[in-house]
Write a protein of this length. Structure first.
Length: 320
């Protein structure tokens, strides 16, 4: 997995969630707290999600082949979308269902101190996991806000881990609130309400993850900053008069494709056009290393306002 994949943050989150899940299930078995059951399932789902993200990063490293000529980079988006589905179904819907059941049939907690102890320890461990994710994300966040980073990042792993850790920490606080009130009052209603709140939280995070990853699956273009660098690299050549049109498309978190039609003088020979295209590609890759697949089509610009446009001949040159 590339550096942008945040492998260290994913592994830290996986180890923390597995340990937390086991202790939560033990606390649920002894106390009967629905909040602990919901949190246990939540942590188990998060552990599975981290494995999915690691697997997606591994699968994305496969070399391009005949069936997938542009490589497997977008596999990471597919696995991230599956994570959203798991969060929604296994985590969110189950928690809401369990909370409703607890409200309908409330009962006091047994061994009330055990779930509280587990939740306090889990909050400490989850805080460490979130701290690791934040530390791993800072170099990629740059000057943008955290919201902008989550919305604009082309690598899904770090934003997903950040959202999962934040949701997990918030869910633990909600569970501690519900269990604490139930222990103080002897009324299991608070435990059920906290469980529903955890479920609603997870459903909300799953929807955010799903919406952001869906945009990447459909296909996003390069950032305005990278587009400006590419345009400058093209127009730095005195042999390219203008960019007639240009499109970009991310093929994975670390690479995108560039397709551009540029204006060249009609008097240029084929050998000269080839040299112009090759130099333009080199300048683009130097300016934006993520632009790994480039197609440049030399053409003759026709003014759309001209009354009698002349017929142009089009020469297509490309490389990857």
């Amino acid at each position: 997995m590339s550096a942008t994949g945040g492998g260290k943050a994913i592994i830290a989150a996986f180890l923390a969630n597995m340990g937390i899940a086991i202790t939560k299930f033990i606390a649920w078995a002894f106390s009967g707290s629905s909040s602990m059951l919901a949190e246990g399932v939540h942590s188990l789902a998060d552990s599975g999600n981290q494995l999915l993200l690691l697997l997606g990063g591994k699968r994305a490293q496969q070399r391009a082949d005949k069936e997938h000529p542009f490589g497997y980079g977008r596999v990471r988006y597919v696995y991230a979308f599956v994570v959203a589905i798991v969060l929604f179904s296994v985590g969110g819907v189950f928690s809401i269902y369990e909370g409703v059941s607890k409200i309908r049939n409330p009962h006091p907690l047994e061994v009330w101190w055990l779930p509280i102890l587990v939740l306090v320890i889990a909050i400490a461990l989850e805080s460490f996991s979130l701290r690791t994710a934040i530390k791993e994300s800072r170099p990629h966040k740059g000057d943008s806000t955290w919201v902008q980073f989550i919305r604009r990042s082309k690598a899904p792993e770090l934003p997903v881990v950040l959202l999962e850790d934040l949701a997990a920490l918030t869910g633990l606080v909600l569970a501690l609130f519900g269990v604490g009130l139930t222990a103080l009052t002897g009324n299991g209603l608070y435990d059920g309400i906290a469980t529903i709140a955890i479920g609603v939280l997870l459903v909300g995070v799953a929807i955010i993850v799903g919406v952001e990853v869906k945009s990447l699956l459909v296909g996003e273009g390069a950032s305005d900053e990278d587009v400006a660098k590419i345009e400058k690299a093209l127009l730095d050549s005195k042999d390219i008069g203008r960019i007639i049109h240009m499109k970009t498309l991310y093929l994975g978190p670390d690479e995108f494709m560039v397709g551009a039609k540029v204006d060249v003088a009609p008097t240029k020979m084929m050998s000269e056009i080839s040299a112009i295209v090759n130099l333009a590609e080199r300048r683009i890759r130097d300016a934006v290393p993520a632009a790994r697949i480039i197609y440049i089509e030399p053409d003759i610009y026709l003014d759309p306002n001209a009354t009698q446009p002349t017929t142009s001949s089009i020469v297509m040159l490309s490389s990857d």
